[in-house]
Ligand binder design. Structure first.
Ligand code: SAM
Length: 202
């Protein structure tokens, strides 16, 4: 959900999984398309891109074993109505044993939120650029505000993010008929993120 330019989805396709990427930004999807056009034809066959809103995904009669909100996509939603609609619709797309993975930045720990707000005030002439890498088993992210003219599409963060407290997030997940699965304690966790792994509770 909110696949953007495919930063998280392309590696899964490269591993051999068939993936569907949904995003409501034609610009982000066109960067994804360009990447696919430059890739091997076999990779292109693995990826389907859909322009649409994740609060009402235009996908019918299909079930997925994994649905990913891999980079704070959920924090783009500004109201509980949108959040519940997004979670409910995602649950309807889930196969019986499927899981939904939601990765949210812990905005209270970062200046990311203030920066995206600032970017909006500056009419998006400046955007927040995020760059992440794995280091010693943990995912490290660095953020900086850069002129839009210098942006690298891959790490574009031009949007306003709306923080959702951990307890509220868990309530929303439960209200949408999902339940959180406990994470294995030996999993290397990205720093400054809340990860929710959910299954259908119905
Ligand atoms: C942080 S970016 C994801 C970056 C992505 N990992 C990449 O490879 O570029 C969040 C994405 O969510 C998308 N998005 C935000 N709100 C959305 C919505 N309501 N429906 C679908 N996509 C949405 C944005 O267009 C953006 O591409």
């Amino acid at each position: 959900m909110g696949c953007g330019t495919g930063l998280k989805l392309l590696p899964l396709a490269e591993m051999g999984f068939s993936v569907v990427g949904l995003d409501n930004s034609p610009q982000m999807l066109s960067v994804f398309e360009q990447k696919l056009n430059n890739a091997k034809p076999r990779l292109k066959e693995k990826v389907q891109l859909i322009l649409g809103d994740m609060t009402a995904p235009p996908i019918n009669r299909r079930k997925f074993c994994l649905i990913i909100f891999g980079g704070s996509q959920f924090l783009h939603l500004s109201t509980d109505e949108q959040r519940l609609s997004c979670l409910n619709n995602s649950r309807c797309l889930l196969a019986d044993e499927g899981v939904i993975v939601i990765s949210n930045s812990n905005l209270s720990q970062k200046s990311e939120y203030n920066w995206t707000e600032k970017s909006e005030q500056l009419n998006h002439e400046w955007i927040l650029q995020a760059q992440g890498k794995w280091e010693n088993g943990a995912y490290q992210e660095n953020f900086k505000l850069i002129p839009t003219s210098q942006m690298q599409q891959e790490y574009l963060f031009g949007w306003r993010l709306y923080p959702v407290k951990d307890t509220h997030m868990k309530n929303l997940i439960e209200s949408a008929g999902l339940r959180c699965v406990t994470l294995p304690s030996n999993l290397p966790m990205p720093q400054g993120r809340y990860i929710y792994i959910c299954r259908n509770n119905i």
